[in-house]
Structure formats: structure tokens, C-alpha cells
Design a protein around this ligand. Structure first.
Ligand SMILES: Cc1cc2nc3c(=O)[nH]c(=O)nc-3n(C[C@H](O)[C@H](O)[C@H](O)COP(=O)(O)O)c2cc1C
Length: 222
């Protein structure tokens, strides 16, 4: 789908206008304001059709983690959307040691993925009101790659606040990376009773609306 879009006049116009050599065009009187309006309309139309690469990061490696159920539910919702291309990152697939951190190839893999992504969704539990240590260690393997990228948070907890305290702490870290923090976080409280024995989430329609609302906000800033 995106390959066909690259042949559209809107895409060609965008490439032309965004080329550094054409920077002066933006300053000319002729380009403003009518051309600019047409350009913005075309750009919006083009952007609304493009699939956005979004990293979905599961931030705990704990054995028996319940956050995985939430993660799978969030992925399920994302899969139903036509505007998201999922990039799955399970922190377990990025083993780290306290002194060496991530291996060089895995660090490179993470940085490359970040450079190409349009946004990030982090699903993380709350451990003693904070985020898992392995999540912070993992995030620290990149820096400038995060700049300007929107990041949304899904908190998970067995308690009643759904990881809200973890999310607040994580936001401080994300602000150090100069990300765009999406306000519409989703908090999965009381996770032990949230999924039935078949693995289905209770009150699915409610959670689906919450997650889609968060993803809509995220996409808006991509
Ligand atoms: C080290 C540790 C600290 C925890 N601290 C909190 C907490 O501060 N608040 C809370 O509601 N639940 C806390 N929990 C319970 C988690 O919310 C619970 O394990 C939940 O299932 C989400 O984490 P999980 O994905 O590791 O299962 C803690 C769990 C662990 C292992």
C-alpha cells in the first residue's frame, strides 16, 4: 500500500518541497498562502493513509509476568487498525548484564529500530511505585534516537492504580530523552482479576476504547 502511495502527486510534491534545495521556495511570496494550504491538505491526506511503524515494548522480564497478558491484548487491538505497523519488542529478547549491558549487536538493532519508528508504546508493570530496573537499563542503550518521538504508556498492576505511579516516574525518564509524552495513558489495575480463565479480558469494549483512544493520540503526534 505505501509503495503505491509513493507514486501519488502528494508524495512527489512532499518530496520536492521537503528537499533542502527547495527551502527558499517556502519563503517566496508566491508560495504563500494558497499553495501552502493546498500542500498541507495533500500532506494530511497522504499522512492519513500511511501505515505508521510503532514499537510495542514489553518492559518486564519477570518470570510469571502478568503484564504479558495486557501486552497481548494491546497488540490485538493494534492489529485491527489499518494505520499501525507493529514492531514487537519483548525485553526478554534483549538480555542485559549489570556490568556489560546489552551486547553490541543488540544495541545496534535497538537503535536502528528506533531511528525508523514513528512512535513507541511501553507496556510496563509497577514495581514498588517505579518501573522495572531492566526497562530503564534497556532504554538507556539509546539517546538521540528517541528525540521527538511520541511515547504512550500502559501501566499494569495488581493494585488499584494500574501502574500510574510507575508511569509518572517513567515520564521523567522519557522527558530526558526529549520524547513527546502522550497524556492518554491506559492503566490496567487489578490485573489478577482482569482476564478470565480462557485468557479473555473482562469488559473488553471498555478497554478496547481506552487503548484505541491512546493509539489515536499517539498517531496524531507521529
Ligand atoms: C518487585 C515487585 C514490586 C511490586 N510493587 C507493586 C506496587 O508498587 N504496586 C502495585 O500495585 N503492585 C506491585 N507489584 C505487583 C505487580 O503489580 C504485579 O506483579 C502485577 O502482576 C504486574 O506485574 P508483572 O507483570 O510482573 O506480573 C509488585 C510486584 C513485584 C514483583
Amino acid at each position: 500500500m505505501s509503495r503505491n502511495l509513493t507514486k501519488t502527486p502528494a508524495f512527489k510534491l512532499e518530496l520536492f518541497l521537503e528537499h533542502p534545495k527547495n527551502e527558499r521556495l517556502h519563503q517566496t511570496a508566491a508560495f504563500k498562502p494558497q499553495c501552502r494550504i493546498v500542500f498541507l491538505i495533500m500532506k494530511n491526506r497522504f499522512n492519513s493513509k500511511i501505515m505508521k511503524k510503532i514499537i510495542f515494548l514489553l518492559g518486564t522480564a519477570r518470570e510469571g509476568r502478568k503484564s504479558e497478558k495486557v501486552f497481548n491484548f494491546v497488540l490485538d487491538i493494534a492489529k485491527q487498525r489499518s494505520d499501525i505497523e507493529i514492531q514487537l519488542v519483548d525485553i526478554r529478547d534483549y538480555p542485559q548484564t549489570m556490568t556489560q549491558g546489552l551486547s553490541k549487536p543488540l544495541t545496534e538493532k535497538w537503535r536502528k529500530m528506533l531511528k525508523k519508528t514513528h512512535g513507541i508504546v511501553i507496556v510496563s508493570p509497577e514495581y514498588n511505585h517505579g518501573y522495572p530496573g531492566e526497562l530503564k537499563m534497556f532504554l538507556d542503550n539509546a539517546y538521540e534516537e528517541y528525540e521527538g518521538k511520541p511515547v504512550a504508556i500502559c501501566g499494569v498492576s495488581s493494585g488499584s492504580v494500574g501502574g500510574a505511579r510507575m508511569a509518572e516516574q517513567l515520564k521523567l525518564v522519557l522527558s530526558a530523552f526529549q520524547t513527546i509524552i502522550i497524556n492518554a495513558a491506559v492503566y490496567f489495575a487489578n490485573v489478577n482479576g482482569l482476564f478470565d480463565t480462557s485468557g479473555a479480558i473482562q469488559n473488553r469494549a471498555y478497554w478496547e476504547k481506552q487503548v484505541n483512544g491512546m493509539l489515536d493520540e499517539l498517531i496524531k503526534y507521529t
